[in-house]
Design a protein around this ligand. Structure first.
Ligand SMILES: [Zn+2]
Length: 222
């Protein structure tokens, strides 16, 4: 497994566009202090609930590889579920095992692998930062999301994966919120409106039929 991951990251470093791809980084000096928002609550209750798409337009299969613990897998599942609420049937992430095909009836897409990597020092953006994860499309085979699990520490792996899934959908970094390039313990807890707007623009989806986490929805549900 170690060799495979090494091979994967070597491959990654050879790919064009790698340096501008989706490294989610954190400062070696520590994370910003979370003051603005309470921790994650029940996912569905803080999202808008627009009518769903009649049919699934596209399924994006995800394979989970490497030494993610049970708790880690639950966090990945949470990230996937929240994205599926946001995407509202237009695009659907589906976790698949082995060579299992994507859900019948939907337009199949190439699989993406979510890999746990340990003990690897990847190239990082200049400055006193360390990469938590990176996502890179691979020619002809969906792509690769590498999560540096031994650097996650007390950070929320679910938030990291949620951010990276934004890159899987083709969204780049934003100024703040989920798609900010720097990990933030509170601002990356859900799929926010700016991120959904970026997905809608990228994939030409109707914004008013997608969902996003909304403080007002959350407080009304409490
Ligand atoms: Zn990123």
């Amino acid at each position: 497994m170690g060799l495979r991951i090494l091979a994967a990251s070597l491959l990654l470093s050879l790919l064009p566009g790698c340096t501008e791809s989706g490294y989610l980084v954190t400062s070696l000096a520590g994370d910003p202090i979370a003051t603005s928002r309470p921790p994650a609550r029940d996912a569905a209750s803080r999202y808008t609930s627009h009518p769903p798409a009649a049919t699934a337009e596209e399924t994006v299969p995800l394979r989970i590889k490497g030494s993610f613990g049970v708790g880690d897998r639950a966090k990945i599942l949470r990230a996937v579920n929240e994205w599926n609420v946001a995407l509202n049937g237009f695009v659907r992430f589906a976790i698949v095992e082995g060579s299992e095909a994507a859900a019948a009836g939907a337009r199949p897409s190439r699989p993406w692998s979510i890999m746990a990597a340990e003990g690897i020092s990847p190239r990082v953006v200049p400055g006193p930062t360390v990469a938590l994860a990176v996502t890179q499309p691979l020619p002809g085979s969906g792509g690769l999301m590498i999560v540096y699990v031994d650097r996650i520490g007390t950070r929320d792996l679910g938030s990291v994966v949620m951010h990276e899934l934004g890159h899987v959908l083709g969204v780049g970094h934003g100024e703040k919120g989920l798609m900010a390039a720097h990990y933030h313990p509170a601002d990356q807890q859900c799929v926010d409106k700016a991120t959904v707007a970026a997905v809608a623009a990228k994939r030409r989806l109707p914004m008013d039929q997608l969902n996003w986490c909304d403080e007002k929805v959350a407080s009304a549900a409490r």
